[in-house]
Design a binder for this molecule. Structure first.
Ligand SMILES: [Zn+2]
Length: 117
């Protein structure tokens, strides 16, 4: 694959992941609002039903992000090979990625080429 197309696709995947993350954030806001309503009227079936819908929606988008992250990892690995270490004057930075809801993992990557240490 042409390197420019390859890198553009990687960027698009990152965009998709970011925007789905925004959707997940919106679901979380709605879940929080509904939980507050539920505290006021604990037996309201409509709120309970709505809450279930929101949690289901949030989970499905969350799963999507995980799928895309798998693609992104593959793209990043491939990008490392294609670009090669010699082409980049690396500028390494530390970052934390969420492994799941509770855990995050430290990664060190180059700001320019995304290669990880
Ligand atoms: Zn680099």
């Amino acid at each position: 694959m042409n390197i420019q197309i390859f890198l553009s696709m990687k960027e698009k995947y990152e965009n998709i992941s970011y925007h789905i993350g925004e959707i997940v954030n919106n679901y979380e806001d709605m879940i929080e609002m509904l939980n507050l309503e539920l505290e006021k009227s604990p037996k309201d079936k409509n709120i309970i039903y709505e809450l279930e819908l929101m949690m289901h929606g949030k989970k499905s988008y969350h799963d999507k992000i995980k799928q895309i992250d798998v693609f992104l990892n593959l793209y990043n690995k491939k990008a490392q090979k294609i670009l090669g270490a010699s082409l980049c004057e690396h500028d390494f930075v530390d970052d934390y990625i969420d492994v799941d809801v509770e855990r995050s993992e430290k990664i060190t990557y180059c700001k320019k080429c995304s290669i990880t240490k």
